[in-house]
Ligand binder design. Structure first.
Ligand code: T1G
Length: 703
């Protein structure tokens, strides 16, 4: 038997333990091992029952995602075969669940005749997040255990639930505080002693029969899910499978599910979502930082600056249970900051997103402070004042004097040179960029900027704090705008050029929205506030080459005092209290005037040209950043764009998306754009090389 399965007996019970670290995934060898063990128990008359459990911190993370679309994935016994044999097993089989049991692991458990879970165990069918449906009976057995409505919520939502909720729903039979294997063995012995055929989930008909009388369940659910499932295929496939569970005999429903699974797992969307899954985990692996690299425990933190970013960052620490001081230079600024924080939490309580107790607990961790005394005994400081180099250097000079030895000095700058900031201290090795995205207490992305002097310990601590704050941390190097904002530049620039050449802001936004972004570039700019970009453009004006094309439209909008949603006018106008962008003829006229001024002949622009012109240049720049080493791997860029700017996950991020199109084609079009529009769109060397060699970014990162 494979050593990925441990087998022993407890009295008359055969105990099968999954032992395939790190997550006991059901690889081909594990599946064969479980079946072999079951056959051993079947053949042994002295054994009356079986228990299946997992070793280490969890039961299992389900099927082995790395085997998808590989022969190993379909190798017999595949998961559906193993699960059918488990349910058909003549002796009681009990699942002993702890930590996490998701995907195929929960499907196997639902095919076991009884399920016992340790308190707090997380159970779920997250397959929809991988662009597939549960493909081993989950969509057929879960409705039989919990009913169609709960099954729709759990399977289409993909979220895990705790054992306690699962017990209430009828998904499991018992929750124990004691040792779960002992409890499962005891239950197995009891059931075996009671005799009679094992209880098979596939034979449970009450709930599906009742649901068959309520077909409206599915129509209502489809309506309810439409906004969240926009552009996605697998959520609708999940609904169809659950509908089949209610309306078809079990075997037919199972066959329908299998067919649907196979269709989904080979789809472009699923491949993109599988890529996203592994990309998020890959981004945590950074050269020079290993499991052995020591990190500083962050027990106390401080945030300098009580503006939009400072207050959001402060809430991140409080939400993670870390005492945090927020520091401002003047009382009114401090009062405003605390009012903002309190208001944000109160809004969460009002919308039922958090309890009053949780709000009080967070507020109790936040200490408003005037002056720098509060940073003397903290482990980490995050500076979040407005973008001014001399001010930041002054602040870091003070932090250098006051902060404890070994404290991490972080800056939330989104554009300034971190090496220059670090050089204003005597401990540049302790300086790192922690670039949060607005609103910082909501956005998951955290760009961790490694300076030339940042030590491995400081970087490892920054990566650890990213996890503690439940952020998706990505390590990048120092350059103007780092990776995220750096790549925003061509995206915004080309959008503005397109409206000068004949498109309209609403046309560009519609194309990008239909591609799958939550909103287009012009609405995004209005939401974020046009003053941020204006200040950056003004700062860059001095160094912009004369010959470089530049669109004055955005500046003119700001000069009119239109700063976006917050002034109810920007690229669009907004009704009082509404966030719905309304096209403004005044802006359209100003754009046409600007085109005429610059001798730009306006023309009909297709949706396809808009898509290509907005997205290919950022792919091109992404390749440039890989060459520079500012981004470590293409998948990091994908993670940044999915978590920072809402690049549709079902396209896998810009670099993966470009690979699906083919870099030969992306390069061909970039070359055309370069010839038409000039050097700003010159294909980068890496894109050219990969295109000529017929390779992909995926290949490149493998080097
Ligand atoms: N297959 C292969 N590798 C996996 C894996 C899986 N299911 N789950 C995790 N890994 C790898 C991961 O890439 C990382 O690798 C390491 O394990 C630790 O992961 C028929 C077909 C279980 C809650 O969607 O949600 O069953 O980076 O950092 O934070 O219907 O992993 O170290 O090289 O995430 O402790 C459905 C996916 C499969 C669950 C543990 N299952 N996994 O979290 O560790 S589809 C899922 C998770 C299915 C059937 C279908 C989490 C976790 P590396 P980690 P963690």
């Amino acid at each position: 038997m494979t050593d990925l399965i441990q087998y022993t007996t407890r009295g008359a019970v055969g105990l099968i333990t999954l032992a395939n670290p790190p997550v006991n995934a059901f690889s081909a060898a594990v599946r064969a091992g479980v079946l072999e063990a079951l056959e051993g128990i079947m053949a042994d008359d002295a054994l009356t029952a079986a228990v299946i459990t997992g070793s280490g911190k969890l039961f299992s993370g389900g099927a082995d995602i790395r085997e998808f679309n590989t022969p190993a994935g379909m190798q017999s016994p595949n998961l559906p075969e193993l699960i059918e044999k488990t349910e058909a097993f003549p002796k009681p089989v009990v699942a002993a669940l702890h930590g996490t049991a998701v995907g195929g692991a929960l499907e196997l458990s639902m095919a076991c005749h009884h399920r016992v879970a340790a308190a707090g165990t997380r159970l779920g069918l997250p397959e929809v997040t991988l662009g597939i449906v549960p493909g081993a009976g989950g969509t057929q057995r879960m409705p039989r255990l919990v009913g169609a409505e709960a099954a729709l919520d759990l399977i289409v939502g993909g979220r895990p639930i705790k054992a306690e909720e699962a017990l209430e729903l009828g998904l499991i039979d018992e929750v124990v505080e004691s040792d779960v294997v002992d409890a499962a063995v005891a239950l197995a012995e009891k059931v075996a002693a009671e005799g009679g055929p094992p209880r098979r989930t596939s034979e449970l008909e009450d709930r599906v029969t009742a649901d068959r009388e309520r077909p409206e369940i599915f129509e209502e659910f489809r309506k309810k899910m439409a906004r969240k499932a926009r552009g996605l295929e697998s959520p609708y496939a999940c609904v169809e499978c659950i509908e089949a569970a209610v309306n078809k005999p079990f075997a037919e429903g199972l066959a329908f599910e299998r067919e649907t699974f196979v269709r989904c797992v080979e789809s472009a969307q699923s491949k993109a979502l599988q890529h996203a899954f592994f990309a998020e985990r890959e981004s945590g692996k950074v050269p020079g930082v290993t499991k052995e690299t020591s990190t500083r425990p962050i027990e106390r933190a401080a945030v300098i600056g009580g503006g939009t970013m400072g207050t959001g960052i402060t809430m991140c620490f409080a939400n993670a249970g870390i005492p945090v001081s927020i520091i401002e230079v003047a009382q009114d600024g401090l009062d405003r900051a605390m009012k903002t924080i309190e208001g944000t939490y109160a809004g969460g309580v009002k919308r039922g997103r958090m309890s009053q107790d949780a709000m009080d607990a967070c507020m109790s961790l936040i200490t408003p402070s005037l002056g720098y005394d509060a940073v003397a005994d903290v482990d980490l400081v995050v500076e979040a004042v407005f973008e001014d180099m001399s001010l930041k250097k002054e602040i870091f000079g003070k932090l250098d004097e006051i902060c404890a030895e070994g404290a991490i000095l972080a800056t939330n700058t989104s554009t300034l040179d971190i090496n220059e900031i670090a050089r204003s201290t005597s401990r540049p090795e302790s300086v790192v960029g922690l670039h949060f995205f607005s609103p910082a207490n909501v956005m998951r992305l955290l760009e961790i900027v490694r300076g030339e002097a940042t030590s491995p310990e400081t970087l490892a601590t920054a990566m650890q704090i990213g996890k503690t704050l439940r952020k998706q941390g990505v390590v990048v190097g120092v350059r103007n705008g780092f990776v995220a904002n750096g790549m925003m530049l061509p995206y915004i620039r080309e959008s503005e050029f397109l409206v000068e050449e004949g498109a309209t802001p609403e046309q560009v936004d519609r194309v990008i929205f239909e591609f799958g972004f939550p909103m287009g570039p012009f609405q995004t700019m209005d939401m974020a506030g046009l003053d941020v970009g204006w200040r950056i453009r003004q700062a860059a004006a001095a160094t912009r080459p004369e010959s470089e094309r530049y669109s004055p439209v955005a500046d003119r909008i700001c000069e009119m005092g239109r700063m976006g949603l917050k002034t109810k006018a920007g690229w669009y106008v907004y009704e009082e209290g509404s966030r719905t962008p309304v096209p403004d003829p005044e802006i359209a006229a100003m754009i046409e005037a600007s085109s005429a001024e610059q001798g730009i002949e306006r023309r009909e622009i297709s949706d396809q040209e808009i898509l290509v012109r907005c997205l290919y240049p950022l792919v091109n720049l992404g390749a440039g950043m890989l060459e520079e080493g500012v981004a470590l791997r293409p998948s990091d860029i994908d993670v940044i764009w999915m978590h920072g700017f809402g690049f549709p996950r079902y396209h896998g991020g810009p670099m993966f998306w470009a690979d699906q199109i083919g870099l030969g084609e992306v390069h061909r079009v970039m070359q055309e754009l370069y010839e038409q529009h000039g050097e700003l769109l010159q294909p980068t060397a890496l894109l050219t090389q990969l295109a000529q060699e017929g390779r992909s970014f995926g290949d490149w990162s493998a080097e």
